[in-house]
Design a protein around this ligand. Structure first.
Ligand code: ADP
Ligand code: MG
Length: 744
């Protein structure tokens, strides 16, 4: 599957920026000198300068001073790397250094200024030029852009900037960012647009952009997929991934005085960077079998680039002024260590997740569909021609005929005209009944609609194929272009020069080394005095060297102590935190509960978090535990203990959970009886009438004869004086009253 190559070291170059305006006006001393020829950086320590001429010398693959041009850096250092990405290797470029030393300048440079463009825009140009010159190859270029800030990954190209992404690992493709968006780009302009969008998003949400960018890592990823016909007659796909990393500022984050959240924040900011340092140390050490890639998101993501299968270039950026000397030395030491990392680059051939393969398959599928459609049409039109005028029903059938494009337009036009003609014929045909005419017309109209729809669908399919094909880039179009050819020659020459420079530098470095070693062997002394002189000189030289090494050791020790103090401080803080939590657990959480939680806790390797398992009846059974059955005869579940206790203390368990269940009465629809109101006149009359007979003083002796044979006997036997009219009234009333029994 992949061609392996022997291992190669991480390439480390150092770039020193010019003095800036502020440093010049403040008249800061320049302590860094750069020997471009020898590839050396020489740092004078201003504090020790008076004592003796102690200089620190660091040698790298190549070094660049303040006059270096972006394009020179690109041609000499980055172009070979991008070239190998185009061949299917993975490649990574890191920019490391203190804030303000030119990391972003090196990676991105100044936009809209071709002279001062950084690696990223230059690589765009390089990649697309390469494609335009290629022959018989298909390319697919994708770009992604992400940022790591406080150990959180943000997709700089996604619409939702508040979302945080997770890292995932697959055995076949390694570590990747889940749900990271990537955009297929077809030209330099498009990929530049992607970068600009990402840069804008980077500043969104950051209150202080300078601070934010100095504390976060930005990674621009370009994936180059290339498909080419191999000697075996099959298409082979190579995938190269280029990571362009602008790291956070390497300066020590001040933790002094920070506590709690602020301290955690400060620790987190540089976590990725210190983890990177640890990974480098572990890789270089050679003794440690464990490389702590998993300590941070950055090192996990770039695992391939550090001791893996990628090609890696690290640019260490430094400043020249005296007040930065400590940081400059730290950066140089860091870079010096990184030189010794060994990678084993190899070409990624036919990986499973190549998007290009998916694209090719999809295009083939769509094309087949399109062909089926046109095949159908052709058959139909052929049939029509043969049967002249005998039209009507559709014929469902597929032919494998090829049909060329210009035939298509004719077909649609022909069909349309034919339908139109038929419509007219129907309109003019007077022999048809009106109803029949309408029906036929409708039928024709429907057919025209169908025709239109079919045509549209065909066009859509063709457009889709075209859009997909346009994403696959092929070269070879302007290969004969004269200016292009010249440009290429120029580039080649520049590359040759760069290569020559590199070789020269290497030779010089070697010579320097050999000089020292062979000095002794070559020399023959003519006199004792001369021998003394020469040996004294040599002794002096070696002594100076020893002094340098000694001071280097001292420096390293000092730095080590500093680091150690830092770690100890962090450790103390963490221990204190832990103790507090223990205290709370011991004193406030019942042992039983604690054990339960401990049993449920597990470490999620994927997300690197402690989590608690859901409560399950049986271990590894992911069903939630079901509610236990009620105790027979009771309303709710009952523990055995409670069940027993109920026997002895029934009142203790009685009042629990009892509902009052009185009946709900319906609202009343009847009323109490109310006495009717009697008019006052009637009442008075009644009153009168019902008075005791004794009280009535009426003489009615003269009326008897007319009323009846016998006069009403009065209780007293006295002749009644009541007039006849009154008696009648009374009789009438008593008759009335006999019907309303409730009057009482
Ligand atoms: P960093 O990203 O490391 O914090 P920058 O790239 O933002 O630093 O650089 C800080 C400033 O120094 C910028 O204004 C940049 O233009 C300038 N600068 C850095 N390196 C160079 C260089 N090699 N030549 C000219 N200007 C530079
Ligand atoms: Mg920057």
């Amino acid at each position: 599957m992949s061609k392996s190559k022997s291992s190669e070291s991480v390439k480390v170059v150092v770039r020193c920026r010019p003095m800036n305006e502020k440093e010049r006006t403040a008249k800061f001393e320049r302590v860094v000198s750069v020997d471009v020829k020898l590839g050396q950086i020489i740092v004078r320590n201003p504090k020790e300068a008076s004592a003796n001429e102690l200089r620190k010398v660091f040698t790298f693959d190549s070094v660049y001073d303040w006059n270096s041009k972006q394009i020179d850096l690109y041609d000499e250092t980055f172009r070979p790397l991008v070239e190998s990405v185009l061949l299917g290797f993975n490649g990574t470029i890191f920019a490391y250094g203190q804030t303000g030393t030119g990391k972003t300048y090196t990676m991105e440079g100044v936009r809209n200024d071709p002279e001062r463009r950084g690696v990223i825009p230059n690589s765009f140009e390089h990649i697309f030029t390469h494609i335009s010159r290629s022959q018989n190859q298909q390319y697919l270029i994708r770009a992604s852009y992400l940022e790591i800030y406080q150990e959180e990954i943000r997709d700089l190209l996604s619409k939702d900037q508040s979302r945080r992404l997770e890292l995932r690992e697959r055995p076949d493709t390694g570590v990747y960012v889940k749900d990271l968006s990537s955009f297929v780009t077809k030209s330099v302009r498009e990929i530049e647009h992607v970068m600009n969008v990402g840069n804008q998003n980077r500043s969104v949400g950051a209150t202080n952009m300078n601070e934010h960018s100095s504390r976060s890592h930005a990674i621009f990823v370009i994936t180059v997929e290339c498909s080419e016909l191999g000697v075996d007659g099959e298409n082979h796909i190579r995938v190269g991934k280029l990571n362009l990393v602008d790291l956070a500022g390497s300066e020590r984050q001040t933790k002094t005085g920070a506590q709690g959240e602020r301290l955690k924040e400060a620790t987190k900011i540089n976590l990725s960077l210190s983890a990177l340092g640890n990974v480098i140390s572990a890789l270089v050490d050679g003794r440690s079998s464990h490389i702590p890639y998993r300590d941070s998101k950055l090192t996990r993501l770039l695992q391939d680039s550090l001791g893996g299968n990628a090609r890696t270039v690290m640019v260490a950026n430094i400043g020249p002024a005296s007040y930065n000397v400590e940081e400059t030395l730290t950066t140089l030491r860091y870079a010096n260590r990184a030189k010794n990392i060994k990678n084993k680059p190899r070409i990624n051939e036919d990986p499973k997740d190549a998007l290009l393969r998916e694209f090719q398959e999809e295009i083939a599928r769509l094309k087949e569909q399109l062909q089926k459609r046109s095949g159908k049409k052709k058959k139909r039109s052929q049939r029509r021609r043969a049967g002249e005028g005998n039209d009507g029903e559709d014929l469902e059938g597929e032919t494998e005929d090829d049909e060329d494009g210009d035939d298509k337009g004719d077909y649609w036009l022909e069909q349309h005209e034919k339908l139109e003609r038929e419509r007219k014929a129907i309109m003019e045909d007077h022999s048809l009944v009106a109803e029949e005419k309408v029906r036929l017309l409708k039928e024709k109209e429907k057919k025209m609609e169908d025709l239109k729809r079919e045509k549209e669908a065909g066009e859509m399919l063709a457009a889709k194929v075209k859009a997909m094909e346009s994403k696959l880039l092929v070269g070879g179009k302007n290969i004969v272009d004269h200016t292009n050819e010249q440009q290429r020659m120029l580039e080649q020459k520049r590359q040759e020069i760069a290569e020559q420079k590199r070789r020269e530098r290497e030779m010089q470095q070697q010579m320097e080394n050999q000089d020292e070693e062979t000095l002794e062997l070559k020399e023959t002394y003519s006199s004792l005095q001369q021998e003394v002189d020469i040996k004294t000189k040599k002794l002096k030289k070696l002594f100076a060297k020893m002094q340098a090494v000694k001071s280097e050791i001292e420096d390293l020790q000092a730095e080590h102590i500093c680091n150690r103090q830092d770690l100890e401080q962090t450790q103390n803080e963490l221990t204190r935190d832990l103790k507090l939590k223990h205290l709370i657990i011991e004193n406030f959480i019942p042992l039983e509960e604690k054990n339960k939680i401990v049993n449920r806790a597990y470490f999620d390797e994927e997300n690197e978090h402690w989590k608690t398992k859901p409560i399950t009846r049986i271990e590894d059974d992911h069903q939630m535990m079901s509610r236990p059955l009620s105790a027979v005869g009771y309303q709710r579940p009952l523990a055995h203990h409670a069940h027993m206790a109920m026997m002895t203390k029934p009142w203790r368990y009685k009042a629990e959970n009892i509902l009052m269940l009185n009946m709900d009465m319906p609202t009343r629809t009847t009323k109490e009886y109310q006495e009717p109101v009697i008019a006052p006149k009637v009442a008075a009359a009644l009153e009168d009438a019902l008075r005791d007979e004794d009280d009535i003083q009426v003489d009615a002796s003269g009326f008897y004869s007319s009323l009846g044979p016998t006069p009403p006997a009065s209780a007293s036997g006295k002749p009644s004086k009541c007039p006849l009219i009154l008696i009648r009234l009374i009789k009438h009333l008593s008759h009335l009253l006999s019907f309303s029994p409730s009057i009482a």
